[in-house]
Every structure is written in structure tokens, then in C-alpha cells.
Ligand binder design. Sequence first.
Ligand code: PAF
Length: 282
Amino acid sequence: MKIVSDRHEFQRELQHHRAKGKTVGFVPTMGFLHDGHASLMRRAREECDIVAASIFVNPLQFGANEDLAKYPRDREGDTRTLEESGVDLVLWPNDPSGMLDGGSGFNIQVGSIGEKLCGRTRPGHFDGVATIVAKLFNLAGPCKAYFGRKDAQQLVIIERLAEGFDFPIEVVGCPTVREPDGLAMSSRNSYLGSEERQAALCLSRALSAGQAAIQAGETLGSRVAEIMSEQVESEPLARLDYAACVDPESLDDLSTISGEALLAVAAFIGQARLIDNLTVTR
Ligand code: PAF
């Protein structure tokens, strides 16, 4: 496995592999890797000749009161996970400056799709995600790029970015990886103390309750959202951000559930803001 800090070296390496007829799989991350990330890398390993990854904690996607400074980092553990997952090439910049706007002085603005769900409490977050992902896509070049479905809104936005701007990238959404008790894996789970870790199960419980209601015949989106909210609000250590039942493409609230519904929930548990979601078909 080769680790490079220079983004242009990363770009050249991948160009060189493609010139030799190799296909490329790319897994962008912010590090502090867990089995969810490893599952993306293993999938890329199965489907592509060369597996590339990036580790960059992107300042553009953190709000002023968010956890940029204390976002968890683990160089040794991440190196081990990358190696064990069969990654060939890693972009791991030392200096964030070259990774931001490249001196352009502007960012991508994703508009209304970025203002729904998580965007309500994280204004500008998805502009920051889209900006860095566009940059990473340009550096990686033609490839398959792998993202987890836990970040459902991020995935919708990245799919639109890739399609809308004709990036030569196939975006591949991959299943959420969960702990045995149902908690969705997240780097931010490391913020949880043991009682909070237990309390965090209210997110997956809320999704299961929403799913059960739909399976039992509930067709009102607002009622399903209410059932999910009640689950989170019944947990004393949790503070609900939102619980929503939305169209999986537009992310608009569903008044009536007829086909697919995306159930999405976000809550603060201690210092951690956690998200989870489930797609349910009626
Ligand atoms: O999902 C993440 O880890 C990040 O949002 C991403 C896609 C690597 C962009 O910084």
C-alpha cells in the first residue's frame, strides 16, 4: 500500500494505472475508520483492479460550533484498516490548504436539497461536502466511488453532483454496517460513554417502530414521523434533532406512503450528534 500526501501524486498514480487498463475503485473518508468504511473498501476490492482511498477531515463541512478540532483521528489504526482492507493507494494530505478551494475563493452550493433533514441544523454542511467531493472526484478521475447509505442525504447529493456535472464517476451506495445490537457504525460513536452508548439505540429503535407501523398499514407520513419521534423522546439521554418520513429521491416529507419511504432520524446523545435511516417499501 502506498500513502501519498501530495494530491497531484495521487492523481498521477491513478492516471498511470488507468493507462495500463486497470479499473479504479475509490473510497473517500475522514478517517477514524471502522468496519463500515472497511466494508466499502472490501467491496471496491471485489469490483475493481486498483483500490484508492482518501483520509481528509474536511473543515468545510463543519459548522462553527461543531466538532472539527476534536474530530477523532488514529493514524496507526487507520493504516492497519486500510492495509487489511486491500487498499493500494491512499491520499492522506498533511496540509489542508491545498485541499480546500484551491484559491478560487468559492464553494459549491447545493441549494434546497442541502437545506432539508440534516441541513436544517447544519447550514452549509452539504456545500462543504459537495465542494470536497467534487475536488476528490477530479483528483481520482474515472472510477467507481463508494459511499455508505447511513449518510443518506449525502449520498443523494453526491449522486446528483456526479450526474449533474458529468463526472466520469459511478457512485455506488453501500449498506449501513451495524453493531450486533443495531447501532449504526459511526466514527462519532467514539464520543459515547457507556450509558450514552446504550441510549444511542433509540435511533435504530425509532426506525424499527416506524417500519413496523408502515408494515401494519400506516400510510400517513406524519404519523410515522411522530411514532419515531416518540421513541427518541422516551430516551432521557437523547435530544431529538429530527425524525422524518420522506421521499428517498427528493427528501420531501411524504404525506401518504405508497411506494418507497426513507425513514430518517438524528439525535444528540451527550456530545455526539448521531444519524440513522432505513428505506421501507410498502
Ligand atoms: O462521509 C464522509 O466521511 C465525508 O462526508 C466525505 C464524503 C469523505 C467528504 O468529506
